[in-house]
Every structure is written in structure tokens, then in C-alpha cells.
Write a protein that binds this ligand. Structure first.
Ligand code: ATP
Ligand code: MG
Length: 874
């Protein structure tokens, strides 16, 4: 019977028993934090078993795509090595949700296997849960009795909790199970050892094919078991194993599920399956993995650098690596199997047919990229091995293994495998430690996904030629994509580059990569350890061709001006402020230079001017750059070269000198050949950034000239405003003089005015009960004059009680003043009175009992203040 027929027969059999066929759920799990991939048929019914959801049908049958490569079920390492574990496999299942139970499940399973599929009864064994003391569970007598009606007693095996009690998790639905095993050995072998002794013993020919789970209990958090009100059946049968049993093969791979794929690989590689263990494993790995890869890609999971995507990438790489090493497949080959997947699985799983081309393309790109990585990594591993051999060592350190993984994308399992094949071992614990360290580092760095490097051309090392050239022919060695919140960014590495990578405070170069067909903007250049990484606007469509790499020369020139000026500045500062000056940081780009240095106290204008003067004098001197590369560090120190604190220098350094006795620094930056190129140096600001650290910002060349032009324009505009006097400074001085004179004049006028007012007011006092009362509205220039007026009135009139409602600069104010004696003798209180009156001008105020003022908002209220006061006191 053909595989396809076997599958459809299963479904039809259970349909005839009133089961509803449901399609497989996706192999990639989206909304379950505990599960990346579907690993059992019951996953999609989890909510029904947990009682979170009422099952749509009480009887269901299906074939579920499963993947067991991570988490609780991880068979990856066995796959290909043995003949009956797959990464991706189909799990056939029949389900009862609170409907039938053990009797039907057992009888139908037996009927299907022995009558429909006609498996020989004398090759089958069944197991029954034997009970468990800890859980106070009896043997599953019910199942045992049901089995003994159809199976001879010596074919029923009692199993422990480990094999025959199924649990979904620490808590939740669980129950005893009965497994069905098949013995596929030859008669001769069976004669030697009876099959029942080999059940559940990892024998490759005596294998479990079907597990019938009787969901009967609920495991509570305290570990105790409670009978479920509704009992369920959950069965899972490995389709590939079933096919093998029916077709009576000694390996899953000898069934028609896999033979077309094996044939394709045999044709492609020119090797024969079944001759040699190592090549056979490679064959099996490939034909197994292509299924897992295709099905997961079809379900939306693209190989990537993290989580589920990374699991898929690893499966793919495992297949590529086996093909590469054992079958000589050094060009992409897996993608060519995609059409076969469509042919053989498209009927039952239409998604693999619909997306056939897409699947092939994704696989091809992934393969091509990994093959380049692999080639490189294998070469590395070769040299690592010969180095170890020369030292008579047998262990590849965790650090080395990690470097292979981290830098060359060479997975640990591959390193270990190759090591084992060559009699080496890998310090896997050390590897795990390195991994953990890196995770901590990158977590701290930022939330971003860094794609693997994609090798484009052979990595022959990276050469920086930017000290001598701003243009070169380059080849892209590799590229990668970085994804963060802002989206995708692209990076690439060139074999030789004129682009200066940001370091030593100097900004990275920008520019272009130009090939015959494209022009790509380089937006930045940075270092990653020793790697020079170019940030590009997009990845080239044809990265493998030769590019002309061109640095933005104007930007580089401006940056160089600022960098060389920084060196001159540092020396000038030492001359002016003293030798205690130490660089604390610097930034040099095309717009400005910023220099932080240790110094206490603000620089005076004079000091700033002096520093500027020295630097500009050195610029005019047109000093020639002296650049020395590869100077032994000791020698450089003897030259008196300035070095930075906290900077790591190698044994050989680069020394930049502008006049031996003026500026000698250890520096990796780019500099002007002659100082005159700087043109002009101008400090734009000087200030403090932290205790003891000052910051100078300055500009050079065009920027400095522009700055000065702006200043000059400003003076011109001022001249214009002043109607072009001969001497602007004198003109402004006389303007200021004029202003002061006018101010004085106004003050005198105010005084005169208020004394006029006072004289007028003195006539308006009214005598009542021995109090001379004045209530009046006045207009005054300021609050001070109101106070002054009030005091003068009080002083000039005996027993005075004055209330003034004043308009001052368009705002209302009230002042109340009275003879001190009246506070006691008449019980008058200026503070209280002013508060009461201020209500009329929507204001408030206060003061002492003999003098108080209030301000307000409502100017029109002043009249009411007067009226109210008259009402109260006259
Ligand atoms: P095994 O002991 O063979 O690993 P299992 O106990 O892990 O099997 P179950 O979890 O009970 O298996 O899964 C139900 C059925 O699925 C098994 O009886 C078997 O036929 C099949 N199966 C399990 N794992 C795989 C696999 N990796 N590849 C193919 N079929 C499998
Ligand atoms: Mg298993």
C-alpha cells in the first residue's frame, strides 16, 4: 500500500466511525509562549482538554504536521543517525472529546492495524500502564482487560509511569496510555530474541507506532490527581513509522515517503544510498530536513537569527553541512527538492504546493550564504586542528568554538561533530559560558537584531588604504542586515577600503560605492573590533562585482582640517594654560572640532585670544605633516608623543608630528599635509562640562571664514541702523549717553508732576472727628512714587488718614496710610482697609496697620474704590 493511500485510509476509517476530519494546524505556533512548534497532534486541542473551550466536534481525526527539534521533544541529534525519528513528521490521530473512551479506542486501533492495514498480529505488542504507588494509581485494569480480549496475553506488556502515563505538563489533563509497538526484524532474529524483550528498548527495528492516551485525570497544582468529569481520547501514530510497518521496511527512509527524495540526492551527488553508514546518514539528514524546512517556511517561518527562525536556520545548515562534507555537494542543492515536496505533499498540505517557488528561493539564498560561511569555517577549523596537533592537545577551547560560531556562523553542533570525527573534543561548557557573556553584552548594547554576515567574496583580510587614497577598487567580502526599531540597516565589509572608520574622535567617512550598474551611498563607516564596517543605504543587487569606492573628499578634507587643528589646539593650550592640560575627549567632523581637557577655571578672553593666535600662527607657518607609521611604542614615547589615558595602544603606533617641538601625538586619524590647508582657526565657545573639564568648540577653514563674515555683516547692519557714522563705536557710545540723559530728564519730570499732584491733594483733606481724611483718585508713573506720595501726605498733615486709588502704568493700585496713633485710638487698620477696598479692583494686598498697598486687575474699579471709601469713612 502506498503512503498516500495509507494516510487516506486512516482518515476514511475514522470517518466511517463518525469522526470529523480536520486539517492540520500550522507547524509554527504563534500564540503559545511555551511552544515554538507543534510537537503533537493534541496541541491544537489543548484548550478543549483544559476545558477552556468546548470542542467543536466530539470525534475528530487528522494528520498533524509536527516538529520535534526544540524544548521538551527534541529529536534533532537522532535524526538521520537512526532510521525512525524525524524532525518533521505527520502524526495521525483520532480524538474523542467526552465521547467514546478506552473500549472503542482500543478496538478500533486494533481493527485498523490488523484488518484494514493487515499488519501481522504476531508482530504487534501492546503496553498497559502498570500503576504507580506514588500517585496511588492502580494498574489500568480496564485497558488490560480490553486488550486481552483481542491480543494474546504474552503480547501485553506492563509499562511504568515513564512510558505509560501521559501528562500534558506539570498540571492539567493526564492519564494512562497504551502503546502499540511493531517488531520489524527478520524471522531469524526473532528466533534469537523475542520481541517483547525489545519493546521500549531503543531497538531500531522494534518501534512504537501508536500511542493511545486516555485522558482521565486532572493533575492539580499540589500534585494530586482528580477524576475528570468528561473523559477524552487522544491518540498519536507516527505516519512514517506506520508506512514503514505496512510496507515492511527496515527503515522509514525505505518507504515511498522518502525514496523519491533519496533518488534525487543520489542523482545530484553521484553517490549511492545504502553502501556506507556515513553517506547514508547524510542522505537521511537531507531528505528529512528538506521536509522540515519546506513545511515551516510554508507556514511563514523564514530562517533567521533568532527564535523559531534560528531553529529552522540550524536545521537547514545541518542538511547543507552533511551534503557538503559527505556527499560533495558544494553548491546549493536543497532548494531543488522543493518541487518534489510539492508533488508528494501538495494534496494533503496544499500550502507547500502553493508556495513552492517562494520556498525554493528562500532555501536557495540561505544555502548559498551558508555555503560561503561553511567553506571559510572549515578552513579555519583545519588550521585550528593542526595547531592543536602541533601542541599535542585534543580539546578545542570554548572560546575558539565560540569564535567560529560568532564570527563565521559555524554552529557548535557542527564544530563538535567535526571534532569528534577527528578525535578531538570541544569544551562545550566553555562555549556556553562565552555565549552567555555575549548575550549579556548584546542585551546591554541595545534591542536590535543583527543578521549573520553573508559572505560574498573570499575573505582575504581587510586593508585600510585611506591614509594614502580616497579612491580605490574594492570587492565586498560580506554584508549583513541589522534590524532595530527604526527598520533595516545594511552593513558591508570591503577587502580594501579608503573609508576611514570612526575612531579617535574622528567621524567615519561617507561616500559612494560605484559599479557598472549601481551607485550606492556609504552613509557612515565604523569599526567593529578590527573590522571596518561600511553602512550603506541599500545592499547592492550584485554584490559580487568590483566596486570603485570613493570617499566624499570635501567632507574628508574638512574633517582633516579640524583634526589637525585639534592637535595644534592641544599644544597651544599647553603653552597658554600650562602642562597640566590633558585631553579628556574629542570630536572631529566636517563641521567642527570639540576638545575636552582637564583645567580648572574659566579661560579668560585674553587666554582664548592667545590660544587662537598661536594656532593661527602655526597655520600660517605652513608646517608640513610628519606621519610615521609602525613606530615601536617605546620609541614613540621617547619622541615625547602625547598619548591618551584609557586608550589601548599596540606595540606599534602611528605618530603625527607638526613641528617636532610643538605637536607630537599618537594618532590614527587623517591629517592635512600642510597646516596652511586649515586656513583659519576660530574658537566659538569655551565652557565647563564637568568638574575640572573644560570644553572648547572651534571651527576652521570655510566654516571659520563664514563665521567671521557673519560677524562682519552684523557690524555692517548696525552701521546701517546708525545711518553709517564714521565711528560706530563712538556712535553707540553717544547713543547710550543720550539714553541716560533722557532717563534722568524723565525722572525729574515725574517728580515735578507728583509734587504738583501732592499740592493739589493737600487742599482736599476733610476734617472729621479729629481725623484729617483724604480719599482721592490719582495717576502716577510708578509704585515707588505712590508710596512716596502717601508718606509725604501723612508727614505734612496732622492726624492724616489717606486713601489713594492710583492708576499706575494702566494698572489699578490702592494705598492706605494713616497716622500711627490712629491705629490705637480709632481702631483703624490700613491692612484691613486696603484688603476690603482691593475687592473693587479685583485684587489683593496688605502691609502694616499704618501703611498698606494693593494691586488689582480692574482699572475701572478705581472709581468704586473711591466711592466705597467715602461711604465707609466720610
Ligand atoms: P519515541 O519513543 O519513539 O521517541 P515518543 O514516545 O516520543 O516516541 P509520542 O510522543 O508518544 O512518541 O508520539 C506519538 C507517536 O509519534 C509515536 O508513537 C511515534 O510513532 C511518533 N513519533 C514520535 N516522535 C517521532 C519522531 N521524532 N519522528 C517520527 N515519529 C515520531
Ligand atoms: Mg520521543
Amino acid at each position: 500500500m502506498e503512503a498516500k493511500k495509507i494516510r487516506s485510509t486512516f482518515i476514511e476509517f475514522f470517518q466511517s466511525k463518525q469522526h470529523q476530519y480536520v486539517p492540520s494546524s500550522p507547524i509554527v505556533v504563534k500564540n503559545d509562549p511555551t511552544l515554538m512548534f507543534t510537537n503533537a497532534g493534541m496541541n491544537q486541542f489543548k484548550d478543549a482538554f483544559l476545558g477552556n473551550e468546548i470542542a467543536k466536534y466530539s470525534r475528530v481525526a487528522n494528520s498533524q504536521k509536527c516538529l520535534r527539534v526544540s524544548g521538551k521533544h527534541n529529536d534533532l541529534e537522532e535524526v538521520g543517525v537512526d532510521t525512525y525519528h524525524h524532525t518533521m513528521f505527520e502524526m495521525l490521530g483520532n480524538w474523542s472529546f467526552g465521547d467514546y473512551f478506552k473500549k472503542e479506542a482500543i478496538e478500533w486501533a486494533w481493527e485498523l492495524l490488523t484488518e484494514v492495514y493487515q499488519l501481522p498480529k504476531d508482530r504487534l505488542y501492546v503496553s498497559v500502564f502498570q500503576g504507580d504507588e506514588g500517585d496511588k494509581l492502580e494498574k489500568d485494569v480496564e485497558a488490560a482487560e480490553l486488550w486481552s480480549k483481542i491480543v494474546p496475553e504474552d503480547r501485553i506488556i506492563l509499562g511504568s509511569k515513564k512510558d505509560n502515563f501521559w501528562e500534558m505538563g506539570d498540571t492539567g489533563p493526564c492519564g494512562p496510555c497504551s502503546e502499540i509497538h511493531v517488531d520489524l526484524r527478520s524471522e531469524a532474529e526473532i528466533a534469537k530474541v523475542p520481541g517483547r524483550d525489545l519493546v521500549n528498548n531503543d531497538h531500531p527495528q522494534v518501534i512504537e507506532i501508536w500511542n493511545l492516551v486516555f485522558m482521565q485525570f486532572n493533575r492539580l497544582a499540589d500534585g494530586s490527581l482528580k477524576e475528570l468529569p468528561a473523559k477524552h481520547v487522544d491518540t498519536g501514530m507516527g505516519f512514517e513509522r506506520l508506512v514503514r510497518a505496512i510496507q515492511f521496511k527496515s527503515s522509514n527512509y525505505d518507504t515511498d515517503l522518502f525514496t523519491p527524495f533519496l533518488d534525487a540526492i543520489a542523482k545530484k551527488s553521484g553517490k549511492t544510498y545504502g553502501l556506507e553508514e556515513q553517506t547514508d546518514i547524510a542522505f537521511r539528514v537531507i531528505v528529512d530536513h528538506i521536509r522540515a524546512i519546506s513545511f515551516t517556511i510554508a507556514d511563514g517561518q523564514i530562517p533567521s537569527n533568532n527564535k523559531a527562525g534560528y531553529v529552522i536556520r540550524r536545521i537547514l545548515r545541518r542538511a547543507v553541512r552533511y551534503g557538503y562534507t559527505f556527499l560533495g555537494l558544494q553548491q546549493p542543492f536543497l532548494f531543488e527538492l522543493a518541487p518534489l515536496i510539492a508533488t508528494y505533499f501538495g494534496d494533503i498540505f496544499p500550502e507547500v504546493r502553493q508556495q513552492q517557488e517562494f520556498i525554493a528561493k528562500v532555501i536557495m539564498e540561505e544555502e548559498a550564504s551558508f555555503l560561503r560561511t561553511l567553506d571559510h569555517g572549515l578552513k579555519m577549523l583545519e588550521s585550528i586542528k593542526s595547531e592543536l596537533n602541533s601542541k599535542n592537545e585534543k580539546v578545542i577551547t570554548g572560546k575558539t568554538a565560540f569564535e567560529l560560531y560568532d564570527t563565521f556562523g559555524f554552529p557548535l553542533d557542527l564544530t563538535s561533530l567535526i571534532a569528534r570525527e577527528n578525535g578531538f573534543s570541544v569544551d562545550e561548557k566553555g562555549f556556553a559560558e562565552e555565549m552567555e557573556k555575549q548575550k549579556t553584552r548584546s542585551r546591554a548594547a541595545s534591542e536590535q537584531e543583527t543578521g549573520d554576515w553573508v559572505l560574498v567574496n573570499e575573505d582575504t583580510g581587510v586593508e585600510f588604504i585611506g591614509y594614502d587614497f580616497t579612491e580605490a577598487y574594492s570587492q565586498i567580502i560580506k554584508h549583513r542586515t541589522i534590524t532595530d526599531k527604526k527598520g533595516d540597516r545594511y552593513q558591508l565589509v570591503l577587502d580594501r577600503t579608503p573609508f576611514y572608520a570612526e575612531s579617535g574622535g574622528q567621524a567615519g567617512d561617507t561616500g559612494w560605492l560605484i559599479s557598472d550598474s549601481e551607485k550606492i551611498r556609504v552613509i557612515d563607516t565604523k569599526k567593529e573590533n578590527d573590522l571596518i564596517v561600511h553602512f550603506v543605504e541599500k545592499l547592492p543587487a550584485h554584490p559580487e562585482v568590483r566596486f570603485s569606492s570613493e570617499v566624499d573628499r570635501e567632507k574628508r578634507q574638512l574633517t582633516m582640517n579640524n583634526h589637525s587643528a585639534t592637535h595644534l589646539l592641544q599644544s597651544a593650550l599647553k603653552e597658554v594654560l600650562g602642562d597640566h592640560i590633558q585631553q579628556r575627549g574629542s570630536l572631529v567632523n566636517e563641521n567642527l572640532l570639540r576638545f575636552d581637557f582637564s583645567h580648572f577655571g574659566k579661560m579668560s578672553e585674553d587666554e582664548i585670544a592667545k590660544v587662537e593666535e598661536i594656532v593661527n600662527a602655526k597655520v600660517r607657518e605652513n608646517i608640513e605633516l610628519q606621519e610615521q607609521r609602525n613606530v615601536p611604542i617605546e620609541e614613540a614615547k621617547k619622541m615625547g608623543a602625547t598619548a591618551l589615558f584609557g586608550e589601548k595602544y599596540g606595540d606599534f603606533v602611528r605618530v603625527i608630528t607638526f613641528q617636532k617641538d610643538f605637536s607630537v601625538e599618537l594618532c590614527g586619524g587623517t591629517h592635512v599635509p600642510f597646516t596652511s590647508q586649515i586656513g583659519l582657526f576660530k574658537i566659538t565657545s569655551e565652557g565647563s562640562i564637568s568638574a575640572g573639564v573644560r570644553r572648547i568648540e572651534a571651527i576652521t577653514a570655510k566654516a571659520a571664514a563664514n563665521y567671521l563674515r557673519e560677524q562682519e555683516n552684523l557690524v555692517k547692519e548696525i552701521q546701517d541702523l546708525l545711518k553709517n557714522p564714521k565711528d560706530v563705536k563712538k556712535a553707540i557710545e553717544s547713543l547710550l549717553q543720550e539714553r541716560n540723559d533722557l532717563r534722568k530728564e524723565i525722572e525729574t519730570l515725574h517728580l515735578e508732576k507728583s509734587s504738583g499732584v501732592k499740592n493739589e491733594l493737600l487742599k482736599q483733606f476733610i476734617e472729621k472727628d479729629g481725623i484729617n481724611t483724604l480719599i482721592a483718585q490719582v495717576e502716577l508713573p510708578n509704585a515707588e512714587s505712590l508710596k512716596k506720595l502717601a508718606y509725604e501726605l501723612k508727614n505734612e498733615v496732622a492726624n492724616a488718614f489717606v486713601i489713594l486709588a492710583a492708576k499706575i502704568e494702566d494698572k489699578p493700585q490702592v494705598a492706605v496710610i494713616l497716622e500711627d496713633a490712629l491705629v490705637v485710638s480709632k481702631g483703624l487698620n490700613a491692612g484691613q482697609i486696603v484688603r476690603e477696598l482691593a475687592k473693587e479692583i479685583q485684587g489683593g494686598g496688605g502691609g502694616q496697620p499704618f501703611f498698606a498697598t494693593a494691586g488689582g486687575k480692574d482699572l475701572a474699579g478705581l472709581e468704586k474704590v473711591v466711592a466705597k471709601a467715602k461711604e465707609m469713612f466720610l
